[in-house]
Design a protein around this ligand. Sequence first.
Ligand code: NAI
Length: 358
Amino acid sequence: MTEVHETKKGRGVMTLAIPGHRNGTRAVTLIPGDGIGPEVTNAAVEVVEATGVKVDWDRQLAGASALKRFGNPVPDDLLASLKRTGVALKGPLETRVGEGYRSINVYLRRELDLYANLRPTLGFAGVHTPFRNVDLIVVRENTEDLYAGIEHQVAPGVVESVKVITARASRRIARFAFEYASRNKRKSVTAIHKANIMKLSDGLFLKCARAVAREYPRISYNEQIVDAACMRLVTDPSSFDVLLLENLYGDIVSDLCAGLVGGLGIVPGANYGERGAIFEAVHGTAPDIAGKNIANPTAIILSGAMMLDYLGYPRQAARIRQGVQAVLRAGRTMTRDLGGKANTSEMSAAIIRAMRNA
Ligand code: NAI
């Protein structure tokens, strides 16, 4: 199966194995999620359907909504559906701060071994930011680091969190980044780290990245310490191309990059493994605006486009991107986070109209 991602710098193909189609209809697990999740995923479903691709959506609850309904934030039916379809479009899931069950996002990514998180961060004409020509690809390792969830109390008032970095996971995420760069005609990969302090763990991550880099002589490879990289990102983002990060730095830097192009409402994402993929926006459940029909649906709509690429529908995916670009460029039907007055449904309807006119 083929994943094609279009960017300003080129177009390329990522080969990933997923289960096949049935009778021309593709089964996809749909996880509406918590907070703004149901509002924005509904919008994405309408936009995907407007492309004409036939999708058999298998709706499954997860997270806080599943806990409320079934007493379990990861119901067996959800896992069975994900194993059956191999592909999901997912809204954000709530994870309580400092208490409650472990992150279901982290659980699903590890359970399904979706080791590569890809977040293309592209500036759009019509979305006003201090920066021009931002076109970054964030590649984040998804399965280990401090997110391994190994925490314990050593003594009262003393706790430890264990950072796990392995050569295997570091090599395969580095290979994903270079393979992506090579197939999408990107020029450079920057590994972002703190190996000056975490000499063993981040040191191993860098050693693996360097070894993989030697196999891709056409792609320039460089390294930046994470604090300096953040400063450079907010002063000169166009000096970066593909960013390669461990799990925690990747999480933080993804949101920072979203801020460069207009916020969390417009940056899509995907989690890829050898046997499947989950497509989701970078943003969370946005409890402050949930249930008001004012969330920006663009991020999950663009995640839907990445899903269509993965399923082998690059033309339809491109139409979604054209529709989004046209609506943002025109600037008349944008949600409040982008300075507009439209609501979620009005913005997704405008995107569908723009796709039809494209
Ligand atoms: P958040 O991304 O939900 O919200 C941060 C800010 O961005 C808020 O002001 C929110 O209104 C705004 N925002 C986010 N998405 C938006 C959209 N589509 N349109 C307009 N404005 C938008 O981050 P926060 O508040 O830190 O997390 C809330 C919950 O979401 C937590 O339980 C967290 O664990 C969860 N979360 C889940 C993720 C996932 O499922 N992939 C990712 C990030 C957070």
